[in-house]
Design a protein around this ligand. Structure first.
Ligand code: KIV
Length: 290
């Protein structure tokens, strides 16, 4: 969004219009009010309240443990902050696996309780009936294929997908099944660029990338990765735009030093009281003692 003065709330047709114009779409994750506020003011077009919050916000080793209630809490905070961006709630593990009814209920919670614009879920052909059910309930869905972290145990870890012709064909088949089921967009995670290009040629919905190359219609990064706030590991596809860990660590260290040295608080951080009121107070206290 080059001209911030003319900004309006982004809807699905606006995302398609950006592709039509040949303009790439920017997409980041956010899980809290202050981060989402700054991001929205900076002009981001899409925000994912990702289940990566399990790792980035709650310190779990993977995305599996986060609950629907925790995701709703993050989504509500982000919603309160955002005026313009298109906001997506990410369905956590087990929120859409037991039955279509369960999936519609949980997707509906994102819309009804947290005011999301769409939901995202992981999987291809195998989740197509679930996607169809959610879309039939009037809820926009983004598919997510390639490396799907919720099934990383089945994929043999966090591995690039589509590295053989057979595996690439699976990704194309999954993308087509999702489009048949009604998704308006698909996120590709950790897929070689030539395979992403083939997927994009095979379907006519918006194709987003997180580690799937520049051929896609838009790019997603996890905000903690791009800000240098997540220290456990950094995937190859991440570009770190600043090192907030270093900045925060220095600020915390400086505060500790100032408190120990007695240089904080300084005069400008203190509240005052008129001198005569201090004298009055001292007189009252002295009288009470006598
Ligand atoms: O939860 C998330 O941030 C995601 C990304 C890894 C795509 O789903």
């Amino acid at each position: 969004m080059a001209d911030k003065e003319k900004r309006k709330k982004i809807a699905i047709p606006d995302l398609y219009a950006l592709r039509e114009k040949g303009e790439k779409i920017s997409w980041l994750t956010a899980y809290d009010y202050p981060t989402a506020l700054i991001m929205d003011q900076a002009g981001i077009e899409m925000i994912l309240v990702g289940d990566s919050a399990a790792m980035t916000m709650h310190g779990h080793p993977n995305t599996m443990p986060i609950t629907m209630d925790e995701m709703i809490s993050h989504a509500k905070a982000v919603r309160r902050a955002v005026k313009y961006a298109f906001v997506i709630g990410d369905m956590p593990f087990l929120a859409y696996h037991r039955s279509v009814e369960d999936a519609i209920w949980n997707a509906g919670r994102f819309m009804k309780e947290a005011g999301m614009d769409a939901i995202k879920l992981e999987g291809g052909e195998r989740v197509a009936p679930i996607v169809r059910g959610i879309v039939n309930a009037g809820i926009p869905v983004i598919g997510h294929i390639g490396l799907t972290p919720q099934s990383s145990a089945m994929l043999g870890g966090f591995r690039v997908q589509g590295k053989s012709a057979d595996s690439a064909l699976t990704q194309i088949r999954d993308a087509k099944a999702l489009v048949d089921a009604g998704v308006f967009a698909i996120l590709l995670e950790c897929i070689p660029t030539p395979v992403s290009a083939k997927i994009r040629e095979s379907v006519d919905v918006l194709i987003f990338s997180i580690g799937a190359g520049p051929v896609c219609d838009g790019q997603l990064l996890i905000v903690h990765d791009m800000l240098g706030l997540f220290q456990a590991f950094q995937p190859k596809f991440v570009r770190q735009y600043c090192n907030l860990s270093e900045i925060m660590s220095k600020a915390f260290g400086d505060f500790i030093k100032d408190v120990k040295a007695g240089t904080f608080p300084a005069k400008e951080h203190e509240y005052s009281i008129p001198e005569e009121e201090v004298k009055k107070l001292e007189a009252i206290l002295a009288e009470r003692k006598a």
